[in-house]
Design a protein around this ligand. Structure first.
Ligand SMILES: *[C@@H]1O[C@H](CO)[C@@H](O)[C@H](O)[C@H]1NC(C)=O
Ligand SMILES: *[C@@H]1O[C@H](CO)[C@@H](O)[C@H](O)[C@H]1NC(C)=O
Ligand SMILES: [Zn+2]
Length: 855
């Protein structure tokens, strides 16, 4: 008998690599039916039976936590309800159809082996996979499904690691998974309630916040808090004047030296002046002592994630997000070990020498590696074992295969690894003490004796400071110049990203996996900007928010609360705390805070009032409101919207980044009497453009319309602006959309698809183009009527035409189909069918055109 074993990894490439390694390259790969995954199959044995192995993957999380649909309407749901409303697990990416896909691949499988990444998220995905395949796998004899489910534990995609994992299968850990469930639910409820409440509150009042969403998050907000705290220190800093004595002496051989004054800074000008006089009076200095001392710079501990992100930010100039994406890619391609780990000590059985030997031929540091191999590796520094994954190390040589950021991150990981096997950097500090009258001065220099690990981490090398003059005790120097330098104490600088990462780590905000996400979020929300040297400077919005929270409830910003929650969550993971008890306790705490925040929002608002322009002051009169018939103002900041000062309502519009908004005469929406406005996307005559009603755009009037739809998607049967009136035929790309006449496109008239970006140019230069009520018998598209003033391109000098633009050969030259097909394949297909069956009909049949008007 042959059993079937389904194995699931976290990424398609991992599935492929795992299958290759386990089958000694005998696996056959095919594409999965969902298009995103692949399946590799091979024969082998499992639990002493002949087995067919199928190795496939997810693409990260299969599911995500969300509210049921009706709670996702911001207008109809009171955010306080979000603490008690149900939550549901929905597919993380519905397009991938991951649940159906996994279920179909699991059909009739006897065993399941989970190869998800070995961290908390991976453990959580294990159970998502289990849920997806539970009903399509074979039932085990005794009926307990979890008996046939195994978990592989591995840290690198190497033959040794993967085969060892296969020999030592364990079980998935429900408690680790539950801790992720708890965190997801907490973040969802807390994040959404605060975010929705304050977004609505502030967007409804101010016009220049410049952020579409005013988000709150239990991690992102403390992260922002660190940046604002530093900003406050800088703003509140009061510089203090101080004085330093600066002297220049000449040696007997005529060399000039500038020693440091032992007293350093003097904060009293008169006192400083007194010392200056003394020195000037003394005129000479004598060498009283020369000492030499050994200095050491210790090598780093083995590399973990946080250190990788820190160094990448400060030395490579890469954001943590970019760093982790690159590192992930290097891991999946087998170049480095798993890049998410907190551990900084190598496991006892780690093959240091073998790993180093792989670098022996490298063009940049092969000589260093060979040297270490010859002389023997030095014992790595003792780090900490957090019980997750081994430190990040190279797994194979790069052989010049990598470039760009991948090469830079790989190089750093490798340099760091090699450095941990080298000795410390040893240098000599020479100090020369001088006496000038009663005043003491010193001169100090450093010389490297043994570069040690700085030979490979060259940026940490001790700079050999100025060559020291060859003095001996009793030598005399002549004072050449002495003066007082005016200085001021200076404020600290803005936080660097690397410092922020350290603060987050220290205070337990986020995990090594989520730190880059939180930093990225506060940038995207326009709360901070990243300036040169990757320093984070909070914006007016970020500062106002944090100051507001501090006024209402300091704990919303302080890192203490979050780190307490993180501690509780890790107790769930370790099986030392009950999932429900922890989750409910944390939720209740946040609910109380939320209610209190809502009640006290005016305290925050006074800060916003001082910094931002209210909607009534912002913007310029633009178009009329359908409710009060007065002019509404166009607020162009992000998000672009119309604000009616009389009704105190706002209406979102397409983003100003994506196109231009214009008024559209006094055309009105027949449903609500709002002035229609007209939007044109970028790209000139090839762009999509449409009219829209500001009210309908936010409150879709008909079934099948969505938030954000314009008149070209409106199915109003009688309105002259709807696609029911202006649609000509189904999109030639067969995307399901309709080609709609753009009534504002004179003189370069065109039809734009209301779904994809396909465009048909027609009757260029015509005075008028209209879609009529009649349709073509042959192809079912609407007749179009055209009028030219003079210079008509129509046959026989006619100035007007009415008929089918596809079937009537007479106007063929006036129709430009160059941009009607977005890809070459569709164009070729159409040309083919045109040749075979006559153009109009070929396209019309089965018709997108038939569907077009939906009548
Ligand atoms: C390094 O080069 C030598 C000689 O070309 C070769 O024998 C050895 O296998 C190479 N080592 C690695 C790790 O590629
Ligand atoms: C999970 O945690 C609970 C406590 O909440 C504990 O009783 C149970 O033994 C743990 N299970 C495992 C498999 O560790
Ligand atoms: Zn109004």
């Amino acid at each position: 008998m042959t059993v079937t074993v389904l194995m699931v990894a976290e990424k398609p490439m991992l599935a492929e690599s795992i299958a290759k390694l386990l089958s000694d390259n005998q696996a056959n790969k095919r594409k999965g039916w969902n298009g995103a995954c692949s399946v590799s199959e091979y024969m082998g044995s499992f639990m002493g039976q002949n087995a067919r192995f199928k190795v496939t993957s997810t693409c990260g999380h299969v599911m995500t936590t969300d509210f049921p649909l009706k709670f996702n309407n911001w207008d109809r749901t009171d955010p306080t309800e979000l603490y008690s409303s149900p939550t549901v697990k929905i597919e993380a990416n519905p397009k991938l159809k991951m649940v159906d896909y996994l279920a179909s691949e699991a059909k009739a499988a006897d065993y399941l082996v989970l190869w998800l990444d070995c961290d908390k998220e991976g453990e959580n995905i294990c159970f998502e996979v289990v849920d997806a395949v539970r009903n399509s796998m074979k039932r085990p004899m005794n009926g307990n499904f979890m008996d046939v489910v195994y978990r592989a534990h591995f840290s690198a995609i190497t033959e040794k690691d993967i085969k060892a994992a296969m020999r030592n299968l364990g079980r998935p850990d429900i408690n680790m998974s539950l801790s992720v469930d708890a965190r997801q639910e907490l973040d969802l409820r807390v994040g959404c309630s605060f975010t929705r409440f304050q977004t609505k509150y502030f967007q409804g009042k101010y016009g220049d916040l410049d952020s579409t969403v005013i988000s709150y998050g239990p991690c992102q907000t403390p992260t922002l808090g660190f940046c604002v705290t530093r900003h406050d220190q800088i703003v509140q800093f009061k510089p203090e004047p101080y004085w330093v004595l600066q002297t220049t002496f000449t040696t007997a051989s005529g060399e000039e030296i500038r020693p440091e004054w032992e007293r350093g800074r003097i904060f009293d000008r008169e006192v400083a002046q007194l010392f200056l006089e003394r020195i000037k009076k003394a005129k000479t200095a004598t060498v009283v002592e020369i000492t030499k001392k050994e200095g050491r710079k210790e090598k780093p501990m083995a590399l973990n994630t946080v250190e990788l992100m820190r160094v990448a930010s400060s030395y490579l100039g890469l954001s943590p997000q970019t760093t982790m994406t690159v590192a992930e890619h290097l891991y999946v391609s087998g170049y480095i070990s798993y890049p998410r780990t907190e551990t900084t000590s190598y496991p006892p059985n780690f093959d240091l020498v073998g790993t180093l030997r792989m670098q022996a031929n490298d063009s940049k540091w092969g000589h260093i590696a060979r040297n270490i191999l010859e002389q023997g590796v030095q014992k790595p520094k003792k780090g900490e074992d957090k019980g997750d994954h081994p430190p990040i190390t190279p797994m194979k040589p790069s052989n010049g295969q990598l470039s760009g950021d991948s090469a830079r991150v790989y190089d750093y990981v490798t340099q760091h690894f090699i450095a941990t096997l080298m000795g410390p950097c040893i240098y000599e500090i020479t100090t020369i003490r001088l006496k000038c009258g009663e005043e003491e001065l010193t001169l100090q220099g450093r010389d490297t004796i043994v570069p040690g690990f700085t030979e490979i981490m060259t940026w940490l090398a001790v700079e050999d400071e100025r060559r020291m003059p060859n003095f001996k005790r009793g030598d005399t120097l002549t004072l050449k110049e002495a003066e007082l330098a005016d200085r001021e104490t200076s404020p600290p600088s803005y936080l660097t990203e690397a410092e922020l990462i350290s603060l987050m780590e220290k205070h337990g905000i986020g995990t090594d996996a989520s730190i880059p996400v939180h930093i990225n979020t506060i940038c995207q929300r326009n709360y901070v900007t990243v300036e040169s040297g990757r320093r984070l400077i909070p914006t007016k919005l970020g500062i106002s928010l944090v100051h507001g929270y501090l006024r209402v409830d300091r704990e919303l910003v302080l890192p203490t609360m979050r780190s307490e929650v993180e501690t509780q969550l890790s107790l769930i993971a370790k099986g030392q705390a009950d999932y429900l008890a922890v989750k409910n306790h944390a939720l209740e705490m946040f609910r109380l805070k939320f209610v209190y925040f809502v009640k006290n929002i005016p305290l925050v608002d006074t800060l916003f009032e001082a910094s931002f322009t209210t909607l009534s002051e912002a913007g310029k009169p633009f178009s009329r409101c359908g409710k009060c018939h007065r002019f509404m103002k166009l607020v162009e900041a992000k998000p672009q919207r119309l604000f009616c000062p009389a009704c105190q309502e706002t209406y979102n519009l397409p983003s100003s980044k994506d196109g231009i908004l214009r008024t559209y005469g006094d055309r009105k929406c027949p449903l609500d009497e709002f002035d229609l406005v007209y939007w044109q996307g970028p790209g000139g005559k090839l762009s999509r453009s449409f009219a829209l009603c500001p009210f309908c755009y936010n409150n879709p009037p008909f079934e099948g319309m969505r938030n954000g739809d314009g008149c070209d998607k409106c199915s109003h049967p009688a309105c002259p602006h709807s696609f029911m009136k202006n649609g000509v035929c189904g999109c030639l790309m067969e995307c399901g959309g309709v080609l709609v006449l753009d009534p504002m496109s004179h003189p370069k008239w065109r039809l734009c698809c209301n779904r994809c970006s396909s465009v048909v140019g027609l009757f260029e230069g015509a005075l008028k183009v209209k879609v009529t009520d009649k349709n073509c018998d042959e192809c079912n598209s609407q007749f179009v009527s055209v009028d030219y003033k003079d210079k008509s391109p129509l046959p026989e000098g006619k100035t007007s035409f009415k008929g089918c633009i596809f079937c009537d050969q007479a106007v063929k030259e006036c129709i430009n189909l160059n941009h009607a097909y977005l890809d070459e394949e569709a164009r070729q297909k159409s040309i083919q069918s045109g040749r075979d069956r006559g153009r109009g009909r070929g396209r019309g049949r089965g018709g997108p055109r038939g569907r077009g008007r939906g009548r």
